[in-house]
Design a protein around this ligand. Sequence first.
Ligand code: UDP
Ligand code: MG
Length: 314
Amino acid sequence: MTRLATVSPCYNEEEILERSAARLTELFDELVREKKISDDSVIVFVNDGSRDRTWEIITRLHSRNPRIRGINLAHNVGHQNAIMAGMMTAKDWADAVITLDADLQDDYRTCIPQMVDDFLSGNDIVYGVKVSRKADPLLKRMSAQAFYRLQEKMGVNSIFNHADFRLMSRRALEMLAGYKERNLYLRGLIPLLGLKSATVDDHISEREAGRSKYTLHKMLGLALDGITSFSVKPIYYVIYLGFVFLLISLGIGLYVIHAFVSHTEVAGWASLILSIWLVGAMLMISIGTVGLYIAKIYEEVKHRPLYNISQILD
Ligand code: UDP
Ligand code: MG
């Protein structure tokens, strides 16, 4: 029988945490009764440095229900790192670990049993794939779709419309532990493990309480990591663009010589000022792109830990 663990990152989730815990407990009890998972399966909540009563609630839930465990991170390290902390801790507690957001927007009731089935039939990774994003606000839906497309163009190997709702076997997690990078983008990293995988359809619903904890700032950060952690194509595009601009300036050069020879060189400062701005912009984009990668190298070489755990309730 599979010993299952779910891992849910929580950042200021006091409004929804108790409800989510109750629902997961109910599902777990059902699956235990059906003998699909073993009775020592656990529900893990990772408190990602919340400033509200989240940890208090987790502590209380744990004291009432031994199935519920908590990991308290010393400070807010972001969704990806919080998931990593949860998975790396929970892999010693279970045969398979499912990560899902604490707000239970994913169709956990249908997907979790399917994921366990797929795991039992020999898959090391099972991806939850959003089949419709109707529940997401329009702007979020559009930006997410555009982002997945852009990623594809940039050659990042990720699963279309899969966020971080997935099952991983302990073997897969042990392998993932070997990837020591700091700029964590799990959706790009996990397909690189090369293990046998399956997908399940995930019909997401709306958030029932609390607001989205993914601020625009956090989303942009994730998007940038998603591309620059896996692809060096942006650097090449900048260089191609540089060549195009070189050609244009050659053309302008020819024109200048022609104007000089034919004595029609009426001082056109408009074109001059335009080129200065254009070239300036080009330089800034190029230097900025190179800078992005240098910043990554700088972050990676420090080998700092991804997270610090201050307390574990097990
Ligand atoms: N989250 C986190 N740390 C953060 C931001 C978010 O652990 O810095 C958690 C949050 O509590 C939730 C999950 O990540 O469980 C996804 O966040 P949310 O549901 O707000 O994002 P959305 O569904 O709007 O993309
Ligand atoms: Mg959500």
